[in-house]
Design a protein around this ligand. Structure first.
Ligand code: FAD
Length: 574
């Protein structure tokens, strides 16, 4: 059997390696138009900042190593320019020699990836405008940084590549302006979750221009100017365009293979196209979303690698199936981390999918052990059976493991009731006896069991005007700032010294993070108040949704653990 694989990085290389492990006799040809295969494209931004100082560390495998270890026929600098399905042959151009030749196949795997979008804007061909997809792109940026005295950079696009590039250019000592068309960074996160990252970027000197689009680029004495939709002009030594990628489907399209609504190659569960002898993997294919089932493009390394294994298995006669993509992603932004898995609230709303949500602010590990901070955790789940539909976590320590546990829960179709029972590793430096994932389960399961009812920032001021807003924090906290219109009824006085409230009106209770509000709700409900609602995620989540309403003009950094919350936590644990 002869298998030709086009594209030799994440999806292509993993298909080739798995094929060889399953079939020692197969002839495996890998055709790659660049001069590098199987390199670490996810590491490219970190070389720009010197975090990965040695460029060679990014070159995970050379063509020669693949030849020796896996007996692969790897042809770099060769580009497939046409596909003749009837003849089962691809037309290949040897880019160094300028010659072409035909290569036949029994099975063909398309792993062509995606290309960075270069919007058709005036000045897009300015020599100081770069994209970052591969080693030559990175080398070009590095050459600009080292050959010219660079002081300032513009990054267009606030997705994970844009953020990683911005951080690394700051590490190099550049001034960085980041321009994003949406009014938030990291579109995979819901806006209130992204806001924490935005504060952190700004704290580290990244000048954010949100809700603003770049409209054209001009030359300014050898520097580049970006003209923005808000009328501003930014000028810098280089500009990185990171506004997303588009699947490389031209070859497949010309060969008449089916392209989906999202613009990716359509494949079945075996990663097979509508031609039985042609497979597709990685950034160029559409796969179903784990929760909504809708076809999606997910430019992520994990799915590309797993799909490569599935395609190889099926080519070798195994009935392997790719299940779906849940879009688990994580980004480091200086000291902060943001991650998500499954559906976001926005996706669920767009899909008209029923859901409920909770927000909480547990510490990354036991708050008495040094080096932790509260994280912002948002859990989305089904309103009836409680199946976990999505999760987002933004914080400092321990974000990655919570996202991974929740990603596993999603894949296993666990419910919020299952999360209550997870037994997770605990010692003070690592977690809490009630892990944040357990806590998310408790808070969500309590909601579904009717132990309390939540209210959300978006209920303010409309719904809350029909009731009484009750701030259960201390008088000091209340005086410093409170939601406009709230009265103060501190938690500690609720059992003894408190003024009777109007029982005919609903009570909208809140505290700083939602925990004291929950305790207060339980007390008030047991005192006979029938309609008591607790603000999910407390005033901190409220502040993420309405930063201007929250603003006190004083530093009240959301992630500094608060003594009152710690006391309430102690009460619960004791
Ligand atoms: P690629 O890895 O891009 O490989 C496709 C290859 O096909 C390319 O090398 C291309 O040259 C070749 N090719 C295309 N057309 C032809 C042709 N006609 N003939 C021959 N060869 C051709 N994902 C994560 O999950 N986490 C991360 O942290 C992360 N960070 C990233 C950072 C950066 C800077 C970038 C660029 C990507 C990052 N990704 C990350 C995304 C991840 O790298 C991709 O999802 C993954 O590489 C996709 O694999 P692929 O095989 O589909 O495409």
């Amino acid at each position: 059997m002869k298998v030709v694989i086009i594209g030799g990085v994440a999806g292509g290389a993993s298909t080739a390696a798995r094929l060889r492990r399953l079939d020692e006799s197969a002839e495996i040809v890998v055709i790659e138009r660049d001069h590098y295969v199987s390199y670490a494209n996810c590491g490219l931004p970190y070389h720009l900042g010197g975090v990965i100082a040695d460029r060679n560390k990014l070159l995970v495998q050379t063509p020669e190593q693949l030849r020796q270890s896996l007996n692969l026929d790897v042809r770099v600098g060769h580009q497939v320019i046409a596909l003749a399905r009837l003849a089962k042959q691809v037309q290949v151009e040897d880019l160094d020699r300028g010659t072409t030749y035909g290569e036949t196949y029994d099975k063909l795997v398309l792993a062509l990836g995606a290309s960075p979008i270069r919007p058709n804007l005036p000045g897009i061909d300015h020599p100081n405008l770069y994209v970052l997809r591969n080693i030559p792109d990175m080398d070009g940026i590095m050459a600009r940084l080292s050959d010219h005295p660079c002081q300032a950079a513009i990054v267009i696009g606030g997705g994970y590549i844009g953020l990683e590039v911005a951080e690394n250019l700051i590490h190099r000592g550049l001034q960085v302006d980041l321009v994003e068309r949406l009014d938030q960074v990291m579109a995979g996160l819901d806006p209130e979750m992204a806001r924490d990252l935005q504060y952190h970027l700004a704290d580290h000197g990244v000048a954010l221009h949100l809700g603003v689009a770049a409209q054209s680029f001009t030359d300014q004495d050898g520097r580049i100017s970006a003209h923005l939709s808000d009328g501003k002009t930014l000028t810098a030594d280089l500009l990185i365009m990171a506004v997303g990628v588009r699947p490389n489907i031209e070859l497949a399209q010309q060969a008449g293979l089916r392209i989906g609504l999202r613009g990716g190659l359509v494949v079945d569960a075996h990663m097979r196209t509508d031609d039985d002898d042609i497979y597709g993997v990685g950034d160029m294919v559409e796969t179903p979303h784990l929760i909504t089932g809708a076809p999606q493009l997910a430019a992520l390394a994990g799915p590309a690698n797993r799909q490569g294994r599935i395609a190889a298995d099926h080519i070798c006669g195994r009935s392997a199936c790719y299940q779906s993509t849940q879009g688990t992603a994580i980004v480091k932004v200086f000291d902060m981390v943001g991650g998500s898995t499954g559906a976001s609230e926005r996706q669920l709303q767009q899909a008209n999918y029923p859901y409920r949500k909770v927000c909480l602010r547990p510490a990354g590990h036991a708050s008495y052990y040094p080096g932790t901070a509260a994280m912002h955790l948002k859990l989305l789940f089904h309103p009836d059976h409680g199946q976990v539909l999505g999760a987002q976590v933004v914080g400092f320590d321990g974000v990655d493991k919570r996202i991974d546990v929740l990603a596993t829960a999603l894949r296993a179709k666990l419910t919020v009731f299952d999360l209550e029972h997870l037994e997770l590793a605990y010692a003070p430096p690592f977690g809490a006896a009630k892990d944040p994932v357990n806590m998310a389960g408790f808070v969500a399961a309590n909601l579904l069991r009717g132990d309390y009812q939540p209210w959300y920032p978006e209920d303010y001021p409309g719904r809350t005007q029909q009731g009484i807003l009750v701030d259960v924090r201390t008088p000091q906290e209340y005086q410093q700032w409170h939601i406009p219109g709230a009265i103060n009824q501190p938690l500690n006085s609720l059992r003894s010294d408190y003024a009777e409230l109007d029982r005919s009106r609903p009570l909208f209770v809140y505290c700083r993070v939602g925990f004291r509000g929950y305790l207060a709700s339980r007390i008030l409900m047991q005192q006979g108040y029938r309609e008591v609602f607790n603000l999910s995620g407390g005033a901190l989540t409220f502040s993420s949704v309405y930063p201007t309403v929250y603003s006190t003009g004083q530093a009240d950094y959301p992630f500094v653990a608060h003594a009152e919350d710690q006391m309430a936590e102690q009460m619960l644990r004791s």
